[in-house]
Design a protein around this ligand. Structure first.
Ligand code: SAH
Length: 268
């Protein structure tokens, strides 16, 4: 058999890159939408599908709508929690048809795709899609580092789930093919000190909340607003791993000092 080895190696490299992308469908009601999302993904070269608490799955409707992409359905990772579906991700994009109050900056699928290409060098990247009737909850969006909205007519913003998936995977394919990279500030040594991943930012965020509570800054009766604002600040900083470590070290220093003060107080 004659093969075009250059084209083969290009497509193999593309497959490795696109396998870093995980499409996560949360609480899907109509199994047919899972099938048509799988079809949308396969046509654009993506294979990693996760479904969180689907109402019906596996299902004949899903298989029918997959129309030949049933291998993705067979390999789909079915979980009970979004956290589990996102485990190990370097970056998580949550899609939403609505502007949400105090959500992260909302970006377009093309912008998200460029960021995803960059983040895929650090680990898996997830795009999360919500329920047909109600989308993603705020708690679910809180697990995402970016909110992605497909620009629509303002008065008719909600697309069919699998059509939203199609637009996002199309933009992802274009970005992976062109290796469009966002222009992050760079300095010598940056390659050895990558941008902190989602789990590092999450740990830092939790550490901040705990230490703020310990020093009496954090009002436990009204935690949501501060937690969100702080998360947004930490995500928006695009900090490097070493910078996140500086902050963790600083917070640990405060924790130690507080413990020493409280031990000294209890000696009195
Ligand atoms: N009524 C719901 C819409 C759900 S549509 C709501 O107001 O949120 C099902 C899913 O498709 C959404 O959760 C989202 O993941 C995706 N979706 C639909 N329209 C979209 C749009 N304009 N931009 C981004 N994602 C969209």
């Amino acid at each position: 058999m004659v093969t075009n080895s250059s084209a083969d190696s290009t497509s193999a490299a593309l497959q490795v890159a696109t396998d870093a992308v995980r499409i996560v469908l949360v609480g899907t009601t109509h199994a047919g939408n899972i099938g048509s999302s799988a079809r949308a993904m396969k046509a654009m070269g993506f294979r990693q599908l996760a479904v969180v608490s689907p109402r019906h799955f596996p299902s004949a409707d899903a298989t029918a709508m997959a129309s030949g992409a049933d291998d993705l359905l067979a390999d789909a990772h079915v979980t009970d929690s979004l956290e589990e579906a996102l485990r190990g991700c370097a970056m998580v994009f949550g899609t939403t048809a609505r502007d949400r109050h105090l959500q992260w900056p909302v970006i377009s699928p093309a912008e998200a795709a460029s960021e995803a290409v960059a983040a895929a060098n650090r680990g898996p990247v997830a795009f999360v899609f919500g329920r047909e009737a109600s989308g993603l909850t705020n708690a679910e969006l809180d697990l995402c580092q970016r909110a992605v909205r497909i620009p629509t007519e303002p008065t008719f913003s909600s697309l069919n789930l699998s059509q939203a998936v199609q637009i996002c995977v199309y933009e992802l394919r274009m970005a992976f093919l062109q290796q469009r990279l966002p222009s992050l500030p760079t300095a010598p040594g940056d390659a050895a000190d990558p941008i902190a991943g989602a789990s590092a930012i999450d740990l830092l965020h939790r550490h901040f909340i705990e230490t703020m509570a310990a020093v009496g800054y954090f009002d436990p009766t009204n935690p949501r607003l501060l937690e969100r604002r702080l998360k947004r600040l930490l995500i928006g900083a695009n900090m490097r791993q070493s910078e996140a470590q500086i902050m963790r070290g600083f917070l640990t220093g405060i924790d130690r000092k507080l413990r020493r003060l409280s031990d000294a107080g209890s000696d009195d």
